[in-house]
Design a protein around this ligand. Structure first.
Ligand SMILES: NC(=O)c1ccc[n+]([C@@H]2O[C@H](COP(=O)([O-])OP(=O)(O)OC[C@H]3O[C@@H](n4cnc5c(N)ncnc54)[C@H](O)[C@@H]3O)[C@@H](O)[C@H]2O)c1
Length: 313
């Protein structure tokens, strides 16, 4: 499988997936409408098609221009909770209709491999930790609903058309190139606040926990699924991609302050409605089926992320 189409390849996670695919000698075509992506992120060895995933004609033109695409990694999305609450129709159009468009492109052109970026947001408040793939899905936002709907389409196409499909539920991803202007990127937000000499804002008491995974470990999981599809588990195609460990927000901030040699003096603001208190995801299924594991420690990942933002200044 040598020619891969990556949607959202100019974005945070997508650009790291693209880099890894290129490193492995793949020919990569990026489809991105550049709404949140950045030209700086794009690997110089790939072809960028500035196309919107809601534009079927545009997607067909991309396929016809790059005949022989063997697999799709679908990361392009409306990826924020807030805008999904403000405009659920737009969120659904990009995340659900856009996913269907990509799946249809695959069906019509006999592209058999499809990796889809889902999210821990599909779970909502969990009854038990760590959250396994068997846990109930109760998304709290239109974003969580659209990601879950996308998963269901992906699985249905797998069953209907014998495609090798994977829906990967990412935990909280962090690392270089994450925009500090997204609500999800608490690490990049803290780093930016600290570099600007501002006091980082913690919503709630700081004891809430998240499962932070370094972006290069996510990229390895995506590429493992894409290239080792024969190892796919038989039951279904859904996998958590996580570290299976929880880190509190105050612990994260104290780690960052230590690395940056800045005193730790956050401002506390009211907890945000709908915020989940504790969350971390079981990753044993992906580990067992793909021999994958997260290789970057939290500390190392933080150091690399801090260095990236310092050098970018
Ligand atoms: N970052 C996280 O912590 C996280 C966690 C769980 C799931 N995810 C999922 O991973 C994927 C990538 O997220 P990210 O953090 O890299 O976000 P990102 O915003 O950095 O990347 C998304 C990319 O998709 C492009 N895009 C958006 N709408 C498009 C459209 N209609 N047509 C074509 N391109 C479009 C953007 O320009 C951008 O380059 C998303 O599907 C997101 O839902 C991310």
């Amino acid at each position: 499988m040598d020619k891969i189409l990556v949607t959202g390849g100019a974005g945070f996670i997508g650009s790291h997936v693209v880099d890894l695919l290129v490193e492995q000698g793949k020919e990569v075509i990026v489809v991105d409408n550049m709404s949140t992506g950045s030209y700086e992120n794009i690997n110089k060895d790939v072809k960028l098609e500035e196309t919107d995933i809601t534009d079927n004609r545009g997607l067909n033109e991309v396929y016809n221009k790059h005949l022989g695409i063997a697999g799709v990694v679908h990361l392009a999305a409306q990826s924020k909770v807030g805008p999904s609450v403000d405009d659920p129709g737009n969120d659904a159009n990009i995340n659900i209709q856009g996913t269907i468009n990509l799946l249809e492109l695959c069906r019509k052109n006999n592209i058999k491999s499809f990796v889809y970026a889902s999210s821990a947001a599909v779970y909502g408040h969990a009854e038990q930790l760590p959250i396994t793939e068997r846990a109930e899905t109760n998304p709290l936002s239109p974003y969580g609903v659209s990601k879950l709907a996308g998963e269901e389409y992906v699985k249905a196409y797998g069953r209907l058309y014998g495609m090798d499909v994977f829906a990967l539920r990412f935990a909280n991803v962090f690392g270089p190139r994450q925009s500090p202007h997204t609500e999800a990127g608490v690490i990049s937000i803290f780093i930016e606040q600290l570099l600007q000499g501002k006091r980082p804002v913690i919503f709630g008491d700081g004891k809430q926990t998240r499962d932070f995974i370094y972006v290069k470990d996510i990229a390895e999981a995506v590429v493992s699924c894409l290239t080792n599809k024969d190892k796919q588990a038989s039951n279904n195609a859904v996998y958590n991609v996580s570290t299976c460990s929880e880190t509190s927000i105050d612990h994260l901030l104290s780690n960052l302050c230590e690395i940056m040699e800045i005193s730790n003096n956050p401002r506390f603001e009211e907890e945000r409605p709908g915020d989940i208190k504790y969350s971390y995801l079981d990753n044993s299924k992906l580990k067992t089926d793909f021999n994958w594991e997260p290789r970057t420690s939290f500390k190392k990942g933080l150091e690399q992320t801090v260095n990236y933002y310092i050098n970018k200044k």
